[in-house]
Design a protein around this ligand. Structure first.
Ligand code: PGA
Length: 240
């Protein structure tokens, strides 16, 4: 694992955007895996700036998002469809974008179809991840086994609490999601995991230095051949 410690959130965001720019420069038709949550927002702002400045062209690039609540309407402003549209997709020029469908009538079919779509595009070249306080990646929550394929999953109580800040109340947070599986994520050729703030320090310590266990889903990344963790000093404070 390559660990890049940045002074603050702004530097973390710029570093991640630079690495995405380098990926597109090396392969204009890259397949990017993208994440939601608070952490990637600065990266997306910087990608938009680069795109508008003519430094970065997504016109041959394809994006697959990690996950979506289930069920949720695409039009809901808590959906990840809404988040991605508002924070990135409507501002830049991706050739195609994909997000699991929180309105799908059959969740299992939607999950299987999502993995097929990723495979049909040749797999993910660069996957961006956040990390939950509990070590989840995507919505793969601590469990007694690692998930493989994209799956319909129950959210952890701690994730419901953490994400309640985006909803009017905790009771409105959907209890389920559709998420790329650990196997889906692991097949990405390169992975960048972002972590900002002291609240992530324990998860970053356990994910990078602790045992590889499905109780700390991000720990599986220790086995991947090309992972870069970009953490600010607060998130990296237990590993420095
Ligand atoms: P956050 O979420 O970026 O909002 O902290 C990360 C995650 O839950 O994966």
């Amino acid at each position: 694992m390559n660990i890049l410690v940045q002074k603050n959130y702004d530097d973390l965001s710029k570093k991640c955007a630079e690495l995405i720019k380098a990926q597109i420069a090396a392969k204009s038709d890259s397949v990017l895996g993208l994440a939601t949550g608070s952490t990637p927002l600065g990266t997306y702002k910087e990608l938009i700036r680069m795109n508008h400045a003519g430094e970065l062209d997504f016109s041959r690039a394809i994006a697959f998002n990690l996950d979506e609540y289930f069920p949720i309407k695409k039009s809901s402003d808590q959906s990840y469809h809404y988040y991605m549209r508002e924070n990135l997709f409507k501002h830049v020029n991706f050739a195609q974008t994909f997000i699991p469908d929180g309105e799908a009538p059959d969740a299992a079919k939607e999950c299987a179809a999502y993995d097929e779509k990723i495979a049909a595009q040749g797999g993910i070249d660069l996957q961006i991840l956040g990390i939950g306080n509990n070590g989840h990646i995507g919505f793969n929550e601590p469990d007694d086994k690692f998930t493989s394929a994209t799956n319909h999953t129950l959210l952890d109580e701690s994730t419901i609490k953490a994400n309640a800040r985006f909803f009017a109340s905790e009771s409105e947070v959907p209890r389920h999601s559709l998420t790329m599986g650990i196997g889906t994520i692991f097949r990405a050729k390169k992975i960048i995991l972002l972590a900002s703030g002291a609240g992530k320090a324990d998860a970053i310590f356990k994910a990078t230095r602790g045992p590889i266990t499905p109780q700390m889903p991000a720990s599986v990344l220790q086995l991947h051949p090309d992972v870069t963790i970009i953490a600010d000093e607060d998130a990296a404070k237990l590993i420095q």
